[in-house]
Structure formats: structure tokens, C-alpha cells
Ligand binder design. Structure first.
Ligand SMILES: Cc1cc2nc3c(=O)[nH]c(=O)nc-3n(C[C@H](O)[C@H](O)[C@H](O)COP(=O)(O)OP(=O)(O)OC[C@H]3O[C@@H](n4cnc5c(N)ncnc54)[C@H](O)[C@@H]3O)c2cc1C
Length: 410
């Protein structure tokens, strides 16, 4: 009745089945000659390319329809949607500010939370998001999405009871893993989730920087006080800009125009590891373990509701490693390869926050993606791009105007 997992557990494998340097690549791979004719106006790159070719000095000023501050998931998807709408777009990102997108594992797990509920709407949105990223991958010329079966290890008897009764085409029936030779303890059994996938965020952000990052500015912190008014738009460092969009994630708290929005922080940390096992899919067990290839894994994530994180901590590292070790049937040598921290931002109603500032029409925001940014970013970016490019109305439940009273005096 339920489709079997594409890759089965195998006993013998002891497992179950941007930045500025990229600018020159952008110039090479997207010269006007190989860029679709209808899109030539779509990026600023073509306007400044001759400067790069002749010298490495700062390019002369050029017009930008939309300048995007912050090139994480939100800034990247917005840049793409605006380019598709025919705009000249540039991004700027201060790598020193960390960023949730660089800490995230990129896993799209359709079944999260203790209730184990899968709504038809969620199923549709997961599939739409996957198709969206596949399309972007084709545009950036690199694969971004891979199927990722997920094994959820039940946490306790309550979850076990729910899992036993679950019937959904995405799930295999609950099973007791004592019968399976895998490296994890699962005293309450597990569910196999077939429709998970992983977005390669590192590749996405590198591709995005190559395509949209401002030359010379790519790793700089945007100075909001350096903006000068110019008619309907503004001037910034000599460039005429129609609209500046803050996609700053947790750094919104330092933005002079948007800091009073009710966006709540939830700091988190993640590790990259080497583990001497070959898992063909992710493990979800309070922690999430995602295979990255060649016995490398992403392990995440901690949560600190109400608190932004400023960087990786020893406590975060220990919490993650202890959670993993507690589930392993036998001790394994774990080598930590990397450690990241980022902060998820969400408003009280947990919907993204999009739109223009009520007082400054040249200023807009895209934030509040929360802990499921991969799912929420695509349609939010499309809605905001249509709003900025052609005045299409925003859905009320995502429009920043629902929080306009917080902005009245900024
Ligand atoms: C540990 C962790 C794990 C996660 N795992 C998942 C997951 O598996 N699946 C999922 O769907 N979601 C996950 N999330 C949530 C997801 O990462 C976020 O929803 C999403 O990345 C938010 O993207 P963003 O672009 O809004 O913010 P960010 O990714 O934080 O990007 C903001 C960017 O703006 C830049 N910036 C800020 N201010 C300035 C300035 N003044 N000038 C220049 N640059 C600036 C910063 O450098 C940063 O790069 C995770 C989050 C964390 C913290």
C-alpha cells in the first residue's frame, strides 16, 4: 500500500538505506553573448562588465532598480525573482554578520513537530518549493536539490502511538528498528519519510554571489546612513537606486528603519562532522543528521528561543555531540570539521514579513522566514518581487503593514 523506501537499509554498510572574488566568474559565464536577449537588462553585471575587463578599480556608478542588503536565502530568492521581472538587481552581504542560511542544513522535512501532522497544503507547498529550486538550479547552472529520505526515530511512547497509526503515501508504516541493523538506538521505533529533499545552501549562496553580488562591495556591511534621497529613489555611493530591500535576517535589530518590528530571535548552532558510517538518508531524532557525501555530515540544530547567537559556543557543540552520541548503538570516532551559528527570525504570527516601509517608499523588507525558510522563501520572494516591480498587492497575512503601528515613529 505504501511505496517502499527507494534505498533500503543495508547490514553490510552498517547503515540504512558570495563574495567578490566570484565576480570575474560571473562576468565570464554571463556575458551578454550567452545571456538570453530578453534578459539583458536583468542584472547590473552587464552594465559594469567593461570596467572589470579593463581594470580592477571600483566600477563607475550605474543605475540599480533594486539593491538587496543581505544575500542569504531571502536576498538570493528575491534577486532571482526581481531579475525575472526584468529589474537590474545587485546584492551586498557582510559575511562577518554570520547568517542563518550559512548555518542551516538545507533539509526539507515535510514531517516535523511532535504532532506528526501532514496537511495536503503542506504537501503541495513542499513540492512547489522543490520545483522552484530546481528551476533556479537550472538558471545558476549547478545542481541544488537532492532527494533525501529521512528516518524519524520516535522520541517516546506518545510519539510511538501516533506513528503507529499514521497512514500517508509519503511514509512507510511505523516499524520497530530492533529488527534493523542500523547504528542508531530506536527503542520506540521509527518512520521512514520518502519525500524529503535537501537544498545545497552552500552552492546556492555561492551561485547567488557570483551572479548578483556588487563588485567591491560584496563583503561589506551596508551603511544605512550613507543613503541620500534622490526624487522617488535614493543615491548610494554614487549609484542611483530605486529601492533598497533589507534582507538582513537577525541584523534587522541594528537597522535604523526596521529595528522596532516584532521579530523574535531563535538562535541556533550546527556542526559539520566526519563519521565513519555511510547513511543513505537523514536521521531525525531531536537532532538532525544529514549526509553530505564522503562520510561528511551536517548535525543540527540547537534552539535558543528569545535569544540571538553571536557565534558558535562550546555549550552548543557539546549539546549536539551529546545528543548524537546518546543515540549511537556503539561509540564512533567523530571528527568535527566545522561549527556555525545563526539566528532564525519570526514574528508572533510566524508568517514572513514583506513589503515597503509605510513612510519611505524606496525602502522594503523581506524577513521573518523562521525555522522553515526553505519552504517559505520561494513564494514569499515571488510575491514581494511582483509587488516591487509592478505594484501587485501582497497577501495581508505577510504584508509588513500588519505591523505598521510598530514603525510609526522610526
Ligand atoms: C542552525 C540553523 C539551522 C537551520 N536549518 C534549517 C533547515 O534545515 N531547513 C529550513 O528550512 N530552515 C532552516 N533554518 C532556518 C533558515 O536558515 C532561515 O529561515 C533562513 O536561512 C533565513 O534566511 P534570511 O536570508 O532571512 O537570513 P540570513 O540567512 O541570516 O541572511 C541575512 C544576511 O544578511 C547579511 N547582512 C545583515 N545585515 C547586513 C548589512 N547591514 N550589510 C550587509 N549584509 C548584511 C548577513 O551577513 C546575512 O548573510 C535553520 C536556521 C538555523 C539558525
Amino acid at each position: 500500500m505504501h511505496a517502499p523506501m527507494r534505498r533500503s537499509f543495508s547490514p553490510d554498510r552498517c547503515s540504512f538505506d558570495g563574495t567578490s572574488p566570484a565576480w570575474h566568474m560571473a562576468c565570464k559565464s554571463h556575458t551578454p553573448a550567452n545571456y538570453p536577449a530578453g534578459r539583458r537588462r536583468g542584472t547590473v553585471r552587464h552594465l559594469v562588465e567593461p570596467n572589470y575587463v579593463r581594470s580592477t578599480v571600483r566600477p563607475t556608478a550605474f543605475p540599480i532598480d533594486t539593491l538587496i542588503v543581505g544575500q542569504g536565502l531571502a536576498g538570493t530568492l528575491l534577486a532571482w525573482e526581481l531579475e525575472r521581472a526584468g529589474q537590474r538587481v545587485a546584492t551586498i552581504d557582510a559575511r562577518t554578520r554570520g547568517g542563518a542560511s550559512r548555518a542551516a542544513g538545507g533539509l526539507m522535512n515535510p514531517l516535523t513537530g511532535p504532532r506528526l501532522a501532514v496537511s495536503p497544503d503542506l504537501a503541495r507547498r513542499c513540492e512547489q518549493a522543490r520545483i522552484h529550486y530546481e528551476h533556479l538550479a537550472a538558471q545558476l547552472g549547478q545542481p541544488l536539490v537532492e532527494p533525501m529520505p529521512i528516518r524519524r526515530l520516535c522520541q517516546d511512547a506518545v510519539e510511538q502511538g501516533r506513528a503507529r497509526d499514521m497512514r500517508h503515501p509519503w511514509l512507510s508504516v511505523w516499524q520497530h528498528t530492533d529488527t534493523r541493523p542500523d547504528p542508531f538506538h530506536a527503542p520506540f521505533g521509527s518512520l521512514d519519510i520518502h519525500q524529503g529533499w535537501r537544498l545545497d545552501l552552500a552552492a546556492l549562496l555561492a551561485g547567488s554571489a557570483a551572479r548578483w553580488a556588487m563588485p567591491d562591495q560584496a563583503a561589506e556591511c551596508f551603511d544605512w546612513t550613507a543613503i541620500r534621497f534622490r526624487g522617488q529613489g535614493v543615491r548610494w555611493q554614487g549609484h542611483a537606486v530605486d529601492c533598497v530591500v533589507s534582507c538582513e535576517g537577525a541584523a534587522i535589530s541594528e537597522n535604523p528603519h526596521w529595528h522596532s518590528l516584532p521579530l523574535h530571535a531563535d538562535g541556533g548552532e550546527s556542526l559539520s562532522l566526519h563519521l565513519p558510517i555511510d547513511l543513505p538518508g537523514a536521521i531525525s531524532a531531536g537532532f538532525t543528521l544529514v549526509p553530505l557525501g564522503r562520510q561528511r555530515y551536517w548535525l543540527g540544530a540547537t534552539h535558543h528561543p528569545g535569544r540571538a547567537v553571536s557565534g558558535p559556543t562550546d555549550a552548543g557543540r557539546e549539546a549536539l555531540l551529546n545528543a548524537l552520541a546518546a543515540r549511537l548503538r556503539m561509540p564512533l570516532p567523530i571528527e568535527v570539521l566545522g561549527h556555525c551559528a545563526g539566528t532564525r527570525m519570526a514574528p508572533p504570527d510566524r508568517e514572513p514579513v514583506l513589503g515597503r516601509h509605510p513612510r519611505w517608499p524606496w525602502l522594503a523588507i523581506f524577513n521573518g522566514l523562521g525555522s522553515r525558510g526553505i519552504l517559505r522563501a520561494p513564494d514569499s520572494a515571488a510575491q514581494l518581487a511582483q509587488h516591487l516591480a509592478s505594484g501587485a498587492p501582497l497577501p495581508e497575512d505577510r504584508d509588513v503593514m500588519r505591523y505598521a503601528h510598530h514603525l510609526a515613529w522610526t
